[in-house]
Ligand binder design. Structure first.
Ligand SMILES: [Zn+2]
Length: 399
C-alpha cells in the first residue's frame, strides 16, 4: 500500500471512531434524559422496586419523594400491610410520634380510601390536608366530609387555635367573626358565668399563657422541666419553694425591688405537683361544702401551681401576726401596682370572681411575662379577658 493511501485509510478510520463516540454520547444523553428521575431516586438510595412504585405516581407526587430530605424507609412500612402511601406514612408518623406503625398505616390508608375524593370535591387537596394534619387528627379532617362546606367557606375558622371541626356549622350559624365564633361556641366557659359543656386538654402545658380552670385541664403527669428554688424568704410552714426558672427569677427581682422600699414579701407557695394539689383539694372538701370548696381550691389538673407559674405571696407582717391577711398589707398595695413590671398578674382579683370562677385571692399571682402582664394591667383585664381578645396561642383538644 502506498503511504498516501495508508494515511487516507487511517483518517477515515479516525472519523468513523469519532462518529461512533458521538453517537454513543448522544445515546447516553437520551438515556439519562429519559431516566433522570430514576437516576435521582437511585442516588437517594431507593432500590429498583421502590423506584418503580415512586415512578408509577404522578409528577407532583414524585417530586415530593425527590424533595424529601432523606430517604423514606419503604421496608419498614412494608412490615405492615399497606396501600403504598409511603410519603404520607412517614410524614404523619413524624407529626404523631406516639402512634404505632399499624395505626399510622391504617389511618392514612383509610383516609385515601374513604375521604380523599370527597375532600377534593370540597377543594381540599393533599398538600392542604397535610398542612391540616399538623393541627387536626385524620379523624377530625375526615369529619369535614360530613358537611358540604368548601375549604374557602371554613378556612378562617380552621386557622383559629382550638377550632373544633364538629362545631363548624354552629360557627357559621353564629355569624360572628371567626375568633369570637370559635371561642363563644366551643369554649363559652372561658367566662365562668357559663356552664362547662366539654372538657379540654391543653397539649402544651409549658406555654406561658395557658388558661387552666374548670373545663381546661393539663395532664396529671405534667411536671415543668425548668423548676428552680425561689431565692426569697419562705413562710415557715411552706414546703413548696420552687417555680419555673423565668418566674422564679422575676419574683426574686420583684422581691429585691420591694425590699428597697421596705416592703417584705414572703413566698407562701409555689409549684405543687398534681398529687399535692389533689391532697389539698380532698382536704378542702372535708371541711367545706362542695360549692364553697370548689371556689377556694382548684380541681387537680387545673391549678396554676402545677404549672410552676402560680405564686401565693404573703408578707413578714402577716407571719409576725401584725396583719391578718396579705390583702390588708402595704406589700399587697405595692404588688397590685407593680407586679406587671415583673411579668406577674393578679390572677383572681376582687369583683372578677364571676368571670374567673375563683373567689378573690389577693395573694395569688400568675407569671405570664412582662408584655402580656402589662397589657392585662393596662386594660384591667383578667387572663380570661386576654384570651377572649387574642384567642389561644397554644394547642388544645377536646377530651
Ligand atoms: Zn395560689
Amino acid at each position: 500500500m502506498k503511504k498516501s493511501a495508508y494515511r487516507y485509510h487511517q483518517s477515515k478510520l479516525k472519523i468513523k471512531n469519532i462518529f461512533i463516540v458521538i453517537i454513543f454520547i448522544c445515546l447516553l444523553c437520551v438515556t439519562i434524559y429519559f431516566h433522570l428521575t430514576r437516576i435521582k431516586l437511585m442516588i437517594k438510595g431507593y432500590g429498583f422496586d421502590a423506584q418503580n412504585i415512586i415512578l408509577s405516581l404522578d409528577d407532583e407526587q414524585i417530586d415530593e419523594y425527590l424533595l424529601y430530605d432523606g430517604k423514606i424507609d419503604f421496608d419498614m412500612w412494608d412490615q405492615v400491610k399497606n396501600q403504598k402511601h409511603y410519603y404520607d406514612y412517614q410524614y404523619y408518623s413524624q407529626l404523631y410520634k406516639e402512634k404505632s406503625h399499624q395505626d399510622i398505616v391504617k389511618e392514612i390508608d383509610q383516609f385515601y380510601q374513604l375521604y380523599e375524593r370527597k375532600l377534593s370535591t370540597l377543594k381540599y387537596d393533599i398538600p392542604l390536608c397535610r398542612e391540616l394534619m399538623k393541627t387536626y387528627s385524620i379523624h377530625d379532617i375526615s369529619n369535614l366530609t360530613n358537611y358540604s362546606y368548601t375549604y374557602q367557606q371554613v378556612k378562617d375558622y380552621l386557622k383559629i387555635n382550638g377550632c373544633i371541626i364538629e362545631d363548624i356549622p354552629k360557627y357559621i350559624q353564629s355569624k360572628k367573626e371567626p375568633l369570637e365564633a370559635v371561642l363563644s361556641v366551643s369554649y363559652p366557659f372561658i367566662d365562668s358565668h357559663n356552664k362547662v359543656n366539654h372538657q379540654y386538654i391543653i397539649n402544651e402545658p409549658e406555654h406561658y399563657l395557658i388558661l387552666i380552670k374548670k373545663g381546661f385541664q393539663i395532664s396529671s403527669e405534667y411536671v415543668p422541666s425548668d423548676l428552680i428554688k425561689v431565692n426569697i424568704p419562705i413562710a415557715p410552714d411552706n414546703t413548696h419553694d420552687m417555680l419555673r426558672k423565668d418566674a422564679a427569677n422575676a419574683l426574686k427581682q420583684m422581691y429585691d425591688d420591694a425590699l428597697k422600699l421596705n416592703y417584705h414579701l414572703v413566698l407562701n407557695s409555689g409549684y405543687r405537683s398534681y398529687n399535692e394539689q389533689k391532697k389539698l383539694y380532698d382536704y378542702y372538701f372535708t371541711i367545706y361544702d362542695e360549692v364553697t370548696a370548689s371556689g377556694l381550691v382548684a380541681i387537680p389538673g387545673t391549678s396554676e401551681h402545677q404549672l410552676g407559674l402560680g405564686v401565693d405571696l404573703t408578707s413578714q407582717s402577716v407571719i409576725d401576726k401584725q396583719r391578718m391577711v396579705f390583702g390588708d398589707t402595704e406589700e399587697y398595695k405595692w404588688v397590685v401596682q407593680n407586679a406587671h413590671l415583673y411579668g406577674f398578674i393578679l390572677r383572681y382579683p376582687k369583683d372578677r370572681s364571676a368571670i374567673t370562677g375563683t373567689a378573690n385571692e389577693p395573694w395569688h399571682l400568675r407569671y405570664v411575662g412582662k408584655t402580656v402582664a402589662k397589657e392585662i394591667y393596662d386594660h384591667q383585664w383578667t387572663l380570661e379577658d386576654y384570651i377572649l381578645h387574642h384567642g389561644f396561642d397554644y394547642h388544645i383538644s377536646r377530651k
